[in-house]
Design a protein around this ligand. Structure first.
Ligand code: NAP
Ligand code: HSE
Length: 430
């Protein structure tokens, strides 16, 4: 039986999962592929480090040149980052190696060049693991949704932040503790600010847009807000009003052009995306023929991600090379077109002695803001917290609420629900 030589760039959470999966599924893979997969080199930063997976010391190297010289057919890039990763991947493609990568940052920042380079050298560039962990969404979009027109994609694309928001709500754990736990579980990026500030979801949305719309926006033109400012009180107030806060990534192509955003968004509790908890991800796609589709599964972690990597590996070993559609970026930023129902969720906090909910309502009414629903809580009697769903809120109102009423103010968009009466002014709830 012939042997396929595989090199690994990185042997951390995902790399370790890939080694374990290839070992545990070797017989099945050999039977299906008619080839044995052999890992011949693994590039790491520190070859003496304790690892979750044991490998022959001779496999490990800290020199990229050793990977280049080891005659590998395929390289699995699971080291992350853009530099020096881009240079390594580029050199390997130029040498004729197929590449499987889980690195969404690399793809979002240098994907267009790598796709072009891989096409020119006739090698596969496979990246299923880069979006939504173990959910095989990219393969589905590429293979089975080519005829449908898709105008909208909406999803939960980051496992770490979904885990944090779920645990803050369910176990009422503080943000820092849950983030630490997400890191221990191998969900978070090496620099977790990429997760919590929304960059990771933004990179994934960029990749999805390339596959769905054949183009994306420059990263700087994608609206981005992370979950750093989402507090337990915001989560509580939202729930009182029948919503759950999710970090939603949304892409929409309409007459106004392409619009992409990543923002903490209120999702009605009965909406399927509100039920996606912990490190699970979900991608909702609306096809012109097939209708609404929802894909869900584990979005982060060792084995779900390794599953996507190894499936990619198996796929490319059975498929002849076919050029990848070029990646394009729309040069101009398209002005923001709202994706929410037009409602905003506004969270206010201040000292109970300083202001009453009635004063806030009166101010908003006079400013022409339509408040549809409101909930009020008093923390330990002295802190007033107000959550309201309102239409017509502007930045200037937020400024006045902060300046004149001394209220800390946070705004979140609200996802449109098919039967949302509030969106067209149905129920006042006040
Ligand atoms: P990780 O645990 O931090 O592992 C990174 C590995 O790369 C480590 O083995 C590290 O070496 C090695 N490495 C990093 N920089 C290097 C350099 N300059 N030279 C040589 N080796 C280097 O990261 P991970 O969680 O496995 O993630 C890897 C990639 O997969 C990232 O692109 C990430 O975004 C993506 N991804 C991760 C997940 C997940 O759930 N974790 C899911 C989907 C995609 P040492 O071990 O010696 O430090
Ligand atoms: N840090 C990423 C997440 C890993 O939490 O979703 C999966 O891409």
């Amino acid at each position: 039986m012939s042997v396929v030589k595989v090199g690994l760039l990185g042997l951390g959470t995902v790399g370790g999962g890939v080694v374990k999966t290839i070992r545990s599924k070797q017989e099945k893979l050999s039977a299906r592929l008619g080839k044995r997969i052999e890992i011949v080199k693994a590039l790491v930063r520190d070859s003496r480090k304790q690892r979750a997976v044991q490998v022959e010391p001779s496999l490990l190297t800290t020199r990229f040149a050793d990977v280049m010289e080891s005659d590998v057919d395929i390289v699995v890039e699971v080291m992350g980052g853009v530099e020096p990763t881009y240079d390594y991947v580029r050199s390997l493609i130029e040498k004729g190696c197929h590449v499987v990568t889980a690195n969404k940052e690399l793809l979002a920042k240098r994907g267009a060049e790598l796709v072009e380079l891989a096409n020119r050298h006739g090698v596969h560039l496979a990246y299923e693991a880069s979006v939504a962990g173990g959910i095989p969404i990219l393969g589905v979009l590429r293979q089975f949704l080519r005829t449908n027109d898709i105008t909208k994609v909406c999803g939960i694309l980051n496992g770490t932040t979904n885990f944090i928001l779920s645990q803050m709500e369910e176990a009422q754990l503080p943000y820092d503790d849950v983030l630490k736990r997400a890191q221990e579980l191998g969900y978070a990026e090496a620099d977790p600010s990429s997760d919590v500030e929304g960059w990771d979801a933004l990179y994934k949305l960029y990749i999805l847009a390339q596959l769905v719309f054949g183009e994306s926006l420059p990263l700087s033109a994608i609206e981005r807000q992370g979950i750093v400012e989402v507090s337990q009180s915001h989560i509580r107030l939202a729930k009182e009003l029948g919503y759950r806060i999710k970090l939603l990534a949304q892409a929409h192509q309409g007459n106004g052009g392409l619009h992409l955003s990543v923002r903490p968004t209120l999702v009605p509790l009965e909406h399927p995306l509100a039920r996606i908890q912990d490190a699970y991800n979900a991608v909702q796609v609306e096809g012109s023929l097939v209708g609404d589709l929802l894909f869900t599964g584990k979005g982060a972690g060792e084995l779900p991600t390794a599953s996507a990597v190894v499936e990619d590996l198996a796929y490319l070993l059975t498929q002849p090379f076919a050029p990848h559609p070029a990646w394009r970026e729309r040069p101009e930023a398209v002005p923001s077109s709202r994706l929410s129902s037009g409602l905003d969720f506004c969270c206010l906090a201040g000292t109970a002695a300083g202001v009453t909910p009635e004063q806030v309502l009166l101010f908003l009414e006079r400013a022409g803001v339509s408040v549809r629903r409101m909930t009020v809580q008093y923390d330990s009697g002295s802190v007033l917290r107000v959550g309201l769903l309102a239409a017509g809120l502007q930045e200037e109102h937020v400024g006045l609420l902060e300046r004149d009423f001394g209220l800390e103010t946070r705004l979140y968009p609200v996802l449109e629900a098919a039967d949302d009466q509030d969106a067209d002014g149905g129920s006042a709830g006040l």
